[in-house]
Design a protein around this ligand. Structure first.
Ligand SMILES: [Zn+2]
Length: 393
């Protein structure tokens, strides 16, 4: 059984040590505002449960030297970040530093059993390397809507064979530890909050543009999930009544303009018509054209590819301008497979948002690309589960 804090003071101390690293008793006392004897009592209990340990003496601040405490170096959190076309498995220590990380291509449509079995096999590899004496908690991200309370995906459009599969309970039983499941966009937002550009920002939006388009909403340092867990599902906000038909059955959704499938469709059309010499040549060579090729073509200066990226940025910006007016965030982070489109995309999004939102909302609003490509999801998944393990809930 994973040890847990017994009260809110202990929970607070554990999160402080997770986020700030080893600290002296005197420093902790300054932050948590407990009497010296009460603090000593709580820390002693945490040492007894094995969650923290003493680690020598701090430099003197005048008077007696204060003892340093840190999270137990044996603490391990595991992350499964399941994407539409990839799977990432990572293990961290208590401070959520990544100790081991494996990633491979994986089609989520193989279904829950096959994909989760593969995740467990990859975890087994990390275990064989001696990285995981014990698992204290596992966070899982999946590319679709999740009932957070039940720990399962609910009618996920791109996750064939996953509807209402009890992911949390199945993995909890397998690994014998607490497990939480959330959608991949929310865990990326938590990763940015913990280790990315949002570290010092309590209210922000993370827009993920990949196979699907979604938005993580962080309010006061916490993920906002809405009543049923579908908050932030911005891919199906309508841009235009007469627009292309979307996978959801409606027409003109943002995702039908600029999701992975839409971009592949447009790239293929540009290649076939010859409007994009770069993509036409690629197609002629027998290659399968993907969204990534559009990024490469744009980087190589192919005008049609640049136009596609700009148009996509304009559509994202159009939706984002409304969100900014509504939510007044302190930061917007753009993440996902489109990071490869870089500053062409960012410039277009910025120009639309700054033009269409009121100056009061955008006067101090950075719109930036994620600086955690490839790791935001796994860090966020361990942040999610460690928030739970280091709580009295
Ligand atoms: Zn749609």
């Amino acid at each position: 059984m994973t040890a847990r804090p017994e009260n809110a003071h202990q929970a607070r101390l554990l999160r402080l040590l997770r986020d700030e690293g080893p600290r002296s008793r005197a420093e902790l006392g300054d932050v948590v505002q407990l009497s010296r004897s009460k603090l000593a009592q709580e820390l002693d209990r945490l040492v007894e449960t094995g969650l923290i340990e003493t680690a020598g003496l701090a430099a003197s601040r005048g008077g007696r030297r204060s003892g340093i405490v840190r999270l137990s170096p044996k603490l391990r959190f595991v992350a499964f970040d399941i994407g539409a076309t990839s799977i990432d498995v990572a293990v961290t220590n208590g401070e959520l530093e990544i100790l081991g990380h494996v990633t491979e291509a994986c089609d989520v449509r193989q279904g829950a059993t096959a994909v989760l079995d593969r995740a467990l096999e990859l975890l087994g590899k990390l275990r064989d390397e001696g990285l995981i004496p014990q698992v204290h908690g596992t966070g899982i991200g999946v590319p679709g809507p999740v009932s957070f309370r039940e720990g399962m995906p609910v009618v996920p459009p791109i996750m064939t064979g996953w509807d209402r599969f009890p992911v949390r309970d199945a993995i909890g039983q397998e690994l014998g530890c607490p497990v939480l499941v959330d959608n991949d966009v929310n865990i990326m937002a938590l990763g940015e909050l913990h280790a990315g550009l949002a570290r010092s920002v309590n209210d922000f939006l993370l827009v993920k543009i990949g196979t699907g388009i979604g938005c993580g909403i962080v309010v006061d340092g916490t993920i906002y999930r809405g009543v049923s867990g579908s908050a932030g599902d911005i891919g199906h906000i309508r841009i235009n009544d007469g627009g292309p038909v979307c996978a959801c059955g409606n027409a003109g959704c943002l995702e039908a303009y600029f999701g992975g499938a839409a971009l592949t469709r447009d790239a293929l059309a540009a290649a076939r018509s010859g409007r994009s010499p770069y993509l036409a040549e690629l197609l002629a060579s027998g290659a399968e054209i993907t969204a990534r090729d559009v990024a490469d073509a744009a980087a190589a200066g192919d005008p049609e590819a640049v136009r596609l990226v700009r148009e996509g940025g304009r559509h994202v910006g159009q939706v984002l301008a409304s969100l900014v007016s509504f939510f007044n965030p302190g930061l917007v982070i753009i993440a996902g497979g489109v990071a490869g489109f870089g500053h062409t995309l960012l410039a277009e999004i910025r120009s639309v948002v700054y033009r269409r939102s009121l100056p009061l909302a955008t006067g101090n609003l950075p719109i930036v690309l994620s600086e955690l490509p490839g790791t935001a999801g796994v860090i966020g998944a361990t942040r999610l589960i460690s928030d739970h393990v280091f709580s009295t809930a």
